[in-house]
Design a protein around this ligand. Structure first.
Ligand SMILES: Nc1nc2c(c(=O)[nH]1)N[C@H]1C(S)=C(S)[C@@H](COP(=O)(O)OP(=O)(O)OC[C@H]3O[C@@H](n4cnc5c(=O)[nH]c(N)nc54)[C@H](O)[C@@H]3O)O[C@H]1N2
Ligand SMILES: Nc1nc2c(c(=O)[nH]1)N[C@H]1C(S)=C(S)[C@@H](COP(=O)(O)OP(=O)(O)OC[C@H]3O[C@@H](n4cnc5c(=O)[nH]c(N)nc54)[C@H](O)[C@@H]3O)O[C@H]1N2
Ligand code: SF4
Ligand SMILES: [Mo]
Length: 834
């Protein structure tokens, strides 16, 4: 039996450079259920991170009773990680699920039927449209719905209502991935592929704790590291993460200083002549400006700002410059930190300078986080237009108007789409009076929670929340709509690797819960949205109609799905887009020919100034960017806005642990995961702990200009001067609102965003830390992850595995937690080694 709590990545299946990653099928079944007892296995993919591991859901007597990885899928080769194995099916099979709509009556949420709930929404919606117009409406959605659901919502918002106020939690998540790809290459779309892990000589992880946040992808890296001719690993992270522990160079930068480091890496690559001059000349513009911007950024200059040794910066640059094939992955340590888009563009620039694109082992992964964030960006239920169309290009608006048969003037395009932080600002100011929140929990996940709570509680703001559970956000709603979860509905979604999977319905939703698609279609029908011809705007009967409509919308665009169908997605592996006549089986990596989607009539964006965020505009873009060339975009380093001072002397940063997903609505309801990380903590370096008289497990108060949290301290290997808090711990399992000891990391974070991507800055703020009580024992932080106790600190009991004794917790309903987890090697004939 393999334990995926104590042993997150499972056993090694090493393989050589350019080898095939061996298959290993991971499986978990509920206690008392044997493989022979399973009635059916239903094809799906995991929705607990952007890796998109393909799986089959085990069904017995109409209930989900387990999961196993799909051996033949190109993404995971059979593997699943802790969240996939436990939280997927357990997280939604819980007695706490919402089973009927709720409406607010005399201040309290009471159960009602669907007609009552939907009528209340439609009445308010119609009244506001009459009296105030479309700008009274805002939609704040997710990175966790299915493609068909986003596309329906995009059509409702853009063509039915006509509001620019549509965004998703994708703004908090991967807005910078999209922005950096648009700035450099002209359109969103992942250049690289997971197969680049198989072929690379070096892998750079920029602010990406892949070991905990894409555990299956990290298994692939670990298997390369364990095999012959392993890749070099470079890690840029202020904490001693599992990635850092495997790194040849670990640059533990001061939070908020990424761009200084990136400018130095580019400086070194130029200074040492590690540049493919032919490639740069043939395929890029902007070289001279890039060179001038990085000129002052010697390794010594960056070392002073980032507080890392100049020699380490040189060594990292040497690894980048001298390795034949380099893979880069970028995530929240860059996207949610200062100068996010500029720092991420420098990663693209490094690859362009060396011509390391479109070849095996030479990928860029501007990572996603949420399972379906990519689809929201593609379908345009966030601040993008469907099919990566450009809001500044009237021809693109006309295409959409044609496709939907509506007046082009209905589709908002007179200004950039409104980003999430601005939507909440309009709600705060009162111009948005109707806010429909689907599949996200802003009362825990947005910055500066005291402010967000105040906005959601405004009496004149009508809030609809569509969720699986009565979350902290749902508790503030006027109407709560119970949604069907993964496994209870059919749809498609696309992972980081552009790979599209179909997830089939395995079981019925609880009570009267309905799929998000059915809810949106019902709203569209009740609102009687019409086309110019007079037909219904959304005549779809179900998800497959939505997928077919989307295929047409995507045809000829970079994210071309026209060659896919539900039929083709059933049975085999997922398929990466573009999938069309030219690429009937999809394409593994983009830009092999060095031609980029920057043609002014085709591109998704004309770009921005990376310092101010001002748009470049069509005229300037046409004058300066020859179609097909990539743009070497750059900016000078600026210090973060909130720097430590006498009152708030520490840098505060936030993030994740392997065992929980976001606000824990699923992982907190899976017993093994909940036991592994039951409650909140902060991480402090031994030096700071000593300075403040704090010992392992002591209760601390962390204060910023916005608020406070009170949680136990783990003394860990984080860089001195920095405090880390996991952001998973809201209040649904603790009375619903912050009590005596608030624990949500976002009580402290700042209302600030990147000027280009508008992604909020969750990863730097200034705080003060003090001890408020002795601890009763060690902090409740896992010992298997970045929160592991610092070397040399007192003994702390290990994070328990699933093989250990069961204990009661807020976890899953009784018979549902797994007893057997298998990590079986591949059958004979496949190249599985153990
Ligand atoms: N277990 C688990 N996996 C997940 C999720 C989850 O909630 N739990 N969520 C999914 C989602 S939606 C996302 S977006 C991804 C996020 O995946 P990651 O980006 O890997 O996760 P984070 O922990 O947010 O941040 C990564 C690292 O950034 C570091 N960091 C903090 N500040 C800075 C800085 O200024 N510079 C640099 N270079 N690094 C810094 C932190 O120490 C942290 O280790 O994970 C996905 N996978
Ligand atoms: N301090 C700090 N804050 C952060 C971050 C950080 O690193 N630090 N990371 C940010 C990032 S990257 C992200 S992605 C966000 C995540 O923040 P949230 O989106 O708020 O987090 P989740 O807990 O995933 O919320 C998703 C909600 O959707 C519900 N849900 C799940 N599936 C379905 C479905 O099919 N239909 C419906 N209707 N509902 C469903 C779940 O029950 C849950 O309540 O947090 C952001 N906030
Ligand atoms: S790596 Fe991500 S997609 Fe794969 S099983 Fe884990 S949570 Fe699910
Ligand atoms: Mo995310």
């Amino acid at each position: 039996m393999v334990d995926r709590i104590g042993n997150i990545w499972g056993s090694r299946t090493p393989y050589p450079r350019d080898g095939l990653w061996p298959v290993r099928v991971d499986q978990a079944l509920a206690e008392g259920v044997a493989e022979d007892d399973v009635d059916r296995w239903v094809q799906s993919a995991c929705v607990l991170c952007s890796n998109g591991c393909a799986c089959d859901i085990a069904v017995k007597d109409g209930a989900m009773v387990g999961i196993r990885g799909r051996a033949g899928d190109l993404v995971n080769h059979g593997r699943l990680g802790p969240k996939g194995l436990f939280a997927s099916w357990q997280g939604v099979s819980h007695r706490d699920r919402l089973t009927s709509p709720l409406i607010r009556e005399n201040g309290r949420l009471v159960e009602c039927d669907w007609d009552t709930a939907m009528n209340r929404i439609v009445e308010r919606s119609q009244q506001l449209l009459r009296e105030r117009g479309p700008l009274s409406h805002g939609f704040y959605t997710s990175g966790q719905l299915f493609l068909e659901e986003y596309y329906a919502l995009a059509i409702i918002g853009k063509a039915g209502i006509g509001t620019p106020h549509m965004d998703g939690n994708t703004r908090l998540c991967t807005a910078t991935a999209a922005a950096s790809l648009k700035e450099t290459f002209g359109a969103d779309g992942q250049p690289g592929s997971y197969t680049d892990i198989d072929s690379c000589d070096a892998i750079f992880l920029y602010g990406h704790n892949m070991a905990e946040t894409q555990t299956v992808l990290w298994s692939r890296v670990l298997d390369r590291i364990a095999g012959p001719n392993p890749p070099k690993v470079v890690c840029i992270d202020p904490r001693e993460t599992e990635v850092a522990r495997h790194a040849d160079v670990h640059l533990a930068v001061r939070p908020g200083t990424n761009l200084a480091l990136m400018n130095a890496l580019v400086h070194e690559v130029l200074a040492r002549g590690w540049v493919d001059e032919y490639y740069v000349k043939a395929h890029t513009v902007g070289f001279d400006e890039l060179k001038a911007t990085v000129a002052p950024w010697t390794p010594e200059a960056a070392a002073a700002v980032c507080d890392v040794p100049a020699a380490d910066i040189r060594e990292a640059a040497r690894i980048f410059g001298a390795s034949e094939r380099v893979l880069s992955t970028v995530l929240q340590g860059f996207y949610q930190s200062a100068q996010a888009t500029a720092s991420s563009c420098q990663v693209n620039n490094l690859h362009l300078l060396r011509g390391l694109l479109g070849k095996p082992g030479c990928g860029i992964l501007q990572m996603n986080g949420q399972p379906t964030a990519q689809n929201n960006r593609e379908c345009g239920a966030d601040g993008d237009l469907p099919g990566f169309r450009n809001w500044e290009n009237p021809a693109h608006i006309a295409e959409l108007a044609d496709l939907w048969d509506v007046d082009p003037l209905t589709i908002p395009h007179w200004a950039p789409p409104t980003h999430a932080m601005q939507i909440f600002r309009y709600a705060e100011q009162g111009s948005i009076e109707f806010l429909w929140i689907s599949a996200t929990n802003p009362a825990v996940s947005m910055p500066d929670l005291a402010r967000i709570r105040k906005i959601l509680a405004k009496p004149d703001l009508f809030v609809v929340v569509q969720d699986l559970y009565l979350t902290e956000t749902a508790q503030a709603a006027d109407v709560v709509l119970p949604a069907a979860a993964w496994g209870e509905k059919t749809g498609t979604f696309t992972n980081v690797n552009r790979t599209v999977h179909l997830s089939d319905k395995a079981v019925d939703p609880p009570g009267s819960a309905r799929s998000d698609l059915d809810i949106f279609l019902d709203y569209a029908r009740r609102m009687d949205f019409r086309t110019l011809q007079g037909g219904p705007l959304l005549p779809w009967d179900g998800p497959e109609d939505g997928f077919n409509a989307w295929r047409e919308c995507s045809r000829g665009r970079p994210c071309d799905y026209s060659g896919m169908s539900y039929g083709r997605l059933r049975g085999g592996s997922g398929i990466p887009w573009p999938c069309n006549e030219e690429n009937p089986d999809g394409r593994d990596r983009l830009y092999a020919d060095g031609v980029f989607p920057t043609d002014a009539d085709y591109c998704e964006s004309y770009g921005h100034d990376l310092i101010t965020g001002a748009t470049v505009g069509s005229e300037m873009f046409r004058a300066t960017v020859p179609g097909g060339k990539a743009v070497l975009k750059t900016a000078d380093y600026l210090p973060p806005h909130e720097e430590p001072d006498g009152r708030f002397p520490m840098r505060y940063t936030t993030g994740r642990t392997a065992y929980h997903f976001h606000t824990r609505t699923k992982t907190g309801r899976s017993r093994p995961l909940n036991r592994a990380a039951p409650s909140a903590w902060i991480e402090l370096s031994p030096e700071d702990a000593q300075r403040y008289g704090i010992s392992e497990g002591d209760l601390t108060r962390v204060t910023s200009r916005r608020g406070r949290i009170e949680v136990p301290a783990r003394i860990s290997d984080i860089r001195p001067g920095t405090v880390f808090a996991p952001f998973h711990y809201g209040y649904w399992d603790d009375g619903g609102s912050p009590g005596e000891h608030p624990s949500a990391a976002n009580e402290l974070t700042i209302t600030e965003w990147d000027p280009v991507s508008k992604q909020p800055v969750f990863k730097n703020a200034a705080v003060n830390v003090q001890k408020i009580a002795d601890g009763a024992g060690p902090a409740p932080a896992p010992t298997t992850t970045a929160s592991r106790p610092a070397s040399g600190s007192p003994a702390v009991p290990a994070t328990t595995g699933v093989g250990g004794e069961a204990s009661e917790s807020v976890g899953a309903a009784p018979p549902r937690f797994p007893q057997a987890i298998k990590g079986a090697p591949a059958p004979a004939g496949k190249d599985g080694t153990r």
